[in-house]
Ligand binder design. Structure first.
Ligand code: SAH
Length: 215
């Protein structure tokens, strides 16, 4: 799928609207400007790819709203070289934003179909994200510890495994809550292994599921 001048123009407008909503981190705005979001969506959504809205991506899942991607990435506070674990690969879009910031990205997805589709698709774009199939509540211990952990599905609770896989000095961002609306929470693990919590308002995510899918 091609990236036309028209798509680039729409993307610039999207970036501008995200800036107006309060995201001023230029590296994040540049990442969104660099990634052709429309190729992560089914072609039937091409016309809407640069609206600041979530979209269905198959297997009953959605690609997050661009503003939400920018917001989570902003409070995750990613630096070049960070090892970042993402829970909920979905379309792979958020993982690519993290890689654009210079992070080494590990991403886990529990829907097998989506995992295969996204792993293949993202590698054709030239990104090096390492994708895993499994329950994100287990984390990915083989590559732990992580500087940053980002949960991109609504979590009713935070598993101890994920806290264990976070480096001292590391940060974890999660939309926390079992209902329709979640609170965006950032947990910082201090160098003394204490946990500090900060809250950043309300968001809506698809739920994080505990059991494996039947696919
Ligand atoms: N970050 C994605 C959007 C994520 S939507 C993107 O950029 O497109 C949430 C994703 O979390 C869905 O793909 C869903 O299948 C996945 N998910 C739900 N429960 C999960 C679990 N327990 N472990 C891993 N992934 C999970």
């Amino acid at each position: 799928m091609v990236d036309t001048y028209r798509h680039k123009g729409m993307r610039k407008k999207l970036v501008e609207s995200i800036r107006l909503k309060g995201i001023t981190n230029q590296n994040i705005l540049d990442a969104i400007n660099n990634i052709p979001r429309h190729i992560f969506l089914d072609s039937s959504f091409l016309e809407f790819a640069y609206d600041d809205k979530p979209f269905p991506i198959g297997s009953g899942q959605t690609i997050s709203q661009p503003y939400t991607v920018a917001f989570q990435t902003d409070i995750l506070d990613v630096s070049k070289g960070h090892k970042v674990l993402e829970i909920g690969s979905g379309s792979g879009y958020q993982a690519c934003v993290l890689e654009e910031l210079g992070a080494k990205v590990f991403s886990i997805e529990r829907q097998r179909k989506l995992f295969h589709k996204t792993k293949e698709f993202v590698s054709t774009l030239g990104y090096r994200v390492k994708f895993f199939y499994g329950d994100g509540n287990d984390g990915v211990p083989a590559f732990a510890p992580y500087d940053r952990i980002l949960i991109t599905a609504a979590a009713p609770e935070i598993s101890d495994n994920l806290i264990k896989q976070l480096k001292p000095g590391g940060k974890l961002v999660v939309p926390l809550g079992a209902g329709d609306v979640q609170t965006m929470l950032r947990i910082t693990k201090t160098i003394n292994n204490e946990l500090v919590e900060e809250r950043f308002g309300s968001f809506r995510f698809v739920p994080m599921l505990k059991d494996k899918a039947n696919d």
